[in-house]
Design a protein around this ligand. Sequence first.
Ligand code: NAD
Length: 252
Amino acid sequence: MAETLVDLTGKSCLVTGAASGIGRATATLMARLGARVVAADVDAVGLAHLAADHHDVLCVVGDVTEPHDVRRMVSTAVERNGRLDVAVANAGVLPLSDVLETSPEEWDRVMAVDGKGMFLTCKYAIEVMQANGGSIVCLSSISGLAGQARQAAYGPAKFVASGLTMHLAVEWAHRGIRVNAVAPGTIVTERVRALKDEPGGPEYLDQMARAHPLGRLGEPAEVARAIAFLASDAASFITGTVLPVDGGYLAR
Ligand SMILES: NC(=O)c1ccc[n+]([C@@H]2O[C@H](COP(=O)([O-])OP(=O)(O)OC[C@H]3O[C@@H](n4cnc5c(N)ncnc54)[C@H](O)[C@@H]3O)[C@@H](O)[C@H]2O)c1
C-alpha cells in the first residue's frame, strides 16, 4: 500500500478564519486528510455555508480579538476530541494603505486582529497543548518577511506573525510543541478578488502577478497543502520556520 506523506488521521485541529479563503481551504483539506476539525470565524454566514458543505467540520462563531471567544474555540476542540493537536492561526484582515492613509484607529484594528488575535490563538492553544505536545501554524506573509508599499499596518502585523512563530518555537520546543508559519505570496482568495474594486487595487494585482516568478498568483489550496504538511508529523523536525509559499517572490 502506498504511504501517505501527510496524514492527519484522528488529529484534533482548530482553524481560525475558516469561513473563507485560505482558512476554508485548510479546514476542508485537513478534514479530507482524516482530521477532526473545528472551524472558527467571526463570519457566521460563511461558517454556515462551510457546515452545510462539510458535515464533519464543527463550526464555532467567535472573534479572535476576544480572549473569551478564543478560549471557547480551543475548548470546543478539546471537548469534542479530548485534546488539541493542531492550531492554525489564520484569521486576519488584509487592508491596503500607505502610512499617510492609515489612521491610528486603522492601525489598532489591524493589530487587534492580525497581531493580538494571533497571539491569543497561540496562547490558548499552547495552554492545552502543554499536556501532549502539538503543532501550530501561523499565517504570516511575504509582507511578514520583506517590505512592500501600501501595507503600513498589515505588513508590520505580519512581522508579528513571523516573530511569534520564532519566539514561541524556541519557548515551547521542550514541551513537544512545534510552531511554524507559512508566508504566502498573493493568493486569490475572496479578499484578494475584492481588491479589484478598491482604489489602486487593479494596479496592485497586475503588479503582484508580474512580481511572482512563476508568473501567476497562488490558489488557497496551494497554501493549505503547505499548512497541512507543517501541521503534520511529516514535519516532525521542523519548528520555528517561516515557509514562503510565494511562487518564488522572495527569491528574486
Ligand atoms: N490572500 C493573500 O494573498 C494572503 C497572502 C499572505 C497571507 N495571507 C494571510 O492569510 C490569512 C487568510 O487570508 P485570506 O486571504 O484567506 O482572507 P479572507 O478574508 O478570505 O479570510 C479571512 C477570514 O478571517 C476571518 N476573520 C477576520 N477577522 C476575524 C476575527 N476578528 N475573528 C475571527 N475571524 C476573523 C474573516 O471572516 C475571513 O473568513 C490572513 O491571515 C492573511 O493575512 C493572505
